[in-house]
Design a protein around this ligand. Structure first.
Ligand code: F3S
Length: 478
């Protein structure tokens, strides 16, 4: 039997070469092995929820596995079923969704997901956040799948959308090729026809889609899932991009994983030694834990002075290097918990090593990119206080949602940013726009998530520094 057993989790978005079906994930024990035509045993996936669209591409290039056998439930990997790749979990039982009002193929998909995940039935959801919106990440196969759906379904719940591959209005100024813009607009049109809300941000919780404590939702975008599970106390699994379309069209999701109390308890206490004074330290901490304990529920101890920027950095990083969907911090996060028996210590040296490992150059960057996840008002204020009286010496690009951008523009902060020489883009981000087609090769960022994907998806050299160091290195007094 032509089988392949993966002994480490896989990142579907950037861990597979779709044209050969080979594993290209750095440090993966089975790197170089091909999935094509094999039965592949997978512990679980890590990283971006947009990886769910990779299965359509594997099918198109005839490099798909014939079957995937999961060791544990994983919504992103289960999305392979939508591309016609069978997914199984040993011992799974049949579970029926008794609602005849649901399109047959979606009902069958939800039943399959429920059965593979050993769900306790189904739950109605209050909102969806759709990931896999950029043409740069879902490509022609994802675009065509959405096109086939656009006249067939109407969303039943509020469904916000992740960033596009370009600023919706200023894409020419960004240097986006015309062909890319045309294909991107086809995706936007399909989503809007189905009823999506054109928020185009990875921080929907700062842009009008804020769930309640305890509310069941079905969100893609791993950073947002980790944020709303941990900080708000809402309940979502890390959903594959294509699954978010089905959830929005049906208003249901299977009840398993982070929807259930028993799967939200901390599994590891993380004693943080030393003061984390810079935002980049939180990006490093999340990344370190996600990499070392990919599927854990961390209880962070010893953290002080956490605001929205630190919390979203922690959420994004742990979900990028691993698959962390929820974490706890005493007196900050709302979920109830008991201290787990397993405990580890993390110090500032570990964090510095994490940042150093991600960097591939030092000095001489083409472009600074800040805003992964999208910048909050708080972060804009911090940036403005650091750049005051200085001028950028290279291109500086800041990314946020259109909702936050309109507040920046009305507040006058935008003038200070412009006189420094930075540009603020909305609707898009550094990872899901085609930087490689814009003559950019070396990029500096403070986000470990951006650094990871800029390397693997955009083929960039990256430099990861704290915001203060970036401004010191790449600007001069006016
Ligand atoms: Fe958001 Fe793009 Fe980062 S979608 S979390 S800014 S990779």
């Amino acid at each position: 039997m032509n089988e392949l057993r993966l002994t480490a989790p896989i990142s579907w978005l950037d861990g597979i070469d779709i044209k050969t079906g080979k594993i290209i994930q750095q440090d993966h024990p089975q790197r170089g092995e091909s999935l094509a035509g094999r039965i592949v045993y997978v512990p679980h996936s890590i990283g971006s929820t947009v990886g769910a669209y990779t299965f359509f591409a594997l099918k198109k290039y005839k490099t798909a596995p014939i079957k995937i056998v999961l060791e544990e439930p994983d919504s992103i990997t289960i999305s392979a079923e939508l591309a016609g790749i069978s997914v199984e979990l040993k011992g799974a039982k049949e579970i029926k969704l008794e609602n005849r009002d649901i399109r047959e193929e979606f009902r069958r998909y939800l039943e399959k997901e429920a059965s593979i995940s050993e769900a306790e039935g189904f739950v109605r959801i209050h909102s969806v956040h759709i990931s896999g919106v950029s043409y740069a990440t879902i490509g022609d196969t994802g675009k065509e799948w959405l096109k086939n759906m656009e006249n067939e379904i109407k969303f039943k719940v509020a469904a916000t959308t992740n960033p596009l591959g370009m600023d919706l209005y200023r894409w020419k100024e960004m240097g986006i090729p015309e062909n890319f813009a045309r294909e991107q607009m086809n995706i936007v049109e399909s989503l809007i026809k189905m009823g999506a809300i054109p928020s185009f941000t990875c921080t929907p919780y700062l842009a009008g889609n804020l769930p309640h404590y305890g509310e069941h939702i079905s969100w893609g975008e791993s950073s947002a899932v980790s944020f709303i599970n941990s900080i708000i106390g809402a309940r979502s699994n890390r959903e594959g991009g294509a699954k978010t379309i089905i959830a929005a069209a049906t208003g249901y999701t299977p009840l398993y994983g982070r929807h259930l109390d028993r799967n939200r308890k901390p599994t590891i206490a993380v004693e943080v030694e030393g003061d984390l004074n810079r935002l980049v330290d939180y990006y490093a901490l999340g990344y370190f834990i996600g990499k070392e304990y990919p599927n854990s529920v961390p209880l962070f101890k010893g953290l002080k002075k956490l605001y929205i920027p630190e919390l979203k950095a922690l959420a994004a990083a742990g979900a990028a290097s691993g698959s962390i969907e929820i974490f706890h911090i005493p007196k900050i996060t709302p979920n109830l918990f008991k201290r787990p028996s397993k405990s580890i210590r993390v110090n500032l040296k570990d964090l510095k090593a994490t940042l150093d490992e991600l960097s591939t150059f030092s000095g001489g960057s083409d472009l600074v990119v800040i805003g992964c996840p999208h910048l909050s008002l708080d972060e804009f204020k911090r940036i403005v206080s650091l750049i005051n009286g200085r001028i950028a010496t290279i291109r500086f690009w800041l990314y946020t949602s259109r909702a936050i951008l309109s507040q920046i523009e009305r507040s006058g902060l935008i003038h200070l940013i412009k006189s420094f020489g930075a540009k603020v883009w909305a609707d898009t981000c550094m990872v899901v726009s085609p930087l490689e087609d814009m003559g950019i090769r070396k990029v500096t960022t403070n986000s470990t998530k951006a650094a990871k994907y800029l390397k693997t998806l955009r083929g960039m050299d990256v430099e990861v520094l704290g915001l203060e160091e970036i401004i010191e290195r790449y600007s001069i007094p006016a």
